[in-house]
Design a protein. Structure first.
Length: 300
């Protein structure tokens, strides 16, 4: 029997439309029978696609996985603006977009590639004075929102059949794709809203690793679970000798097992069996623990 035994890992769920990310987490939590469970980046209810869900000890990785880039495929409709910036909102303005050209649309989209300041939409989960913006919006309130710096690596037109246009976007965490679409519509003068969105990748995990939520049971979930050590395998691995595992587990200084690490570098410590033991970061004062894991460790 191992300490912290149970279900520990990352499930890549293909989120269906019509569910909140929190509802997906609640479903996975019930299926797995775990106490700790959380997602790594909200998808709006209308959106589908890749939603990594961390279970057990892997919840300690959520903050690191959330920080990774995302990729999406989407569709916009020109000439119609809504209060939520997507198809689920109330139409607030219409305009004739029949004369729009592909070249004009591509020029408008190109304006939003690079590092940009983006204002979170009122219908979002961002908090203001302890309340979600969408709660304020539904109460009829509009408040100032400070812009956030985000990065758009690519924003490419895939198809154009006016007034609809399909696109792909690769961006940093925290980027609101519906805001990108609304900004493009504003630049064109006709307005636009997001009609469909599918996340195709979150970090290194794409749709090829995703499992549909419909019909998912405990056995299938375990079969598709990604081990915590694999979930962060972009980090350099440092094996820890068996006689030092307990030292790390009990918080002894990581410098006892980590000899070479650059300032700002992050590495993963592994047990002799390959289980994730800790995440460590180099600093001017020496290496320090970011997270220590107890799954897969022999109780002593």
């Amino acid at each position: 029997m191992t300490a912290g035994s149970g279900v520990h890992g990352v499930a890549i769920i293909d989120k269906p439309a019509g569910m909140t990310s929190a509802e997906v987490v609640a479903r996975v939590k019930r299926i797995a029978g775990v106490r700790r469970c959380g997602h790594t980046g909200t998808l709006d209810p209308m959106a589908t696609g890749v939603l990594p869900v961390c279970l057990g000890e892997a919840t300690k990785l959520a903050g690191y996985l959330t920080a990774e880039d995302k990729a999406y495929d989407g569709e916009m409709v020109l000439g119609v603006e809504t209060d939520t910036l997507d198809r689920e909102g109330r139409v607030v303005r219409t305009a004739d977009a029949s004369g729009m050209t592909r070249a004009a649309l591509e020029r408008a989209m190109a304006q939003w590639v690079g590092e940009i300041d983006q204002i979170p939409p009122m219908y979002s989960a961002v908090k203001r004075d302890g309340r979600r913006l969408h709660e304020l919006a539904r109460a009829g309130e509009v408040v100032d929102r400070p812009p956030r710096r985000v990065r758009v690596d690519s924003f490419a037109l895939r198809g154009f059949d006016p007034p609809r246009a399909s696109f792909s976007v690769v961006c940093s965490k925290g980027t609101y794709v519906r805001s990108l679409v609304a900004d493009v519509g504003a630049a064109l003068g006709c307005g636009a809203h997001l009609a469909a969105l599918r996340r195709t990748r979150a970090g290194r995990f794409g749709l090829d690793r995703a499992v549909p939520l419909a019909g998912l049971d405990a056995a299938a979930l375990r079969a598709h679970l990604i081990d915590p050590a694999e979930a962060v395998d972009r980090l350099r691995a440092v094996p820890v000798p068996a006689d030092r595992v307990r030292h790390v587990r009990h918080g002894r200084p990581p410098g006892e097992v980590v000899r070479e690490i650059g300032e700002g570098e992050r590495i993963r410590l592994l047990t002799p069996e390959g289980a994730l033991l800790a995440l460590v970061e180099g600093s001017a004062a020496g290496p320090r623990y970011l997270r220590v894991f107890t799954y897969g460790l022999t109780a002593r």
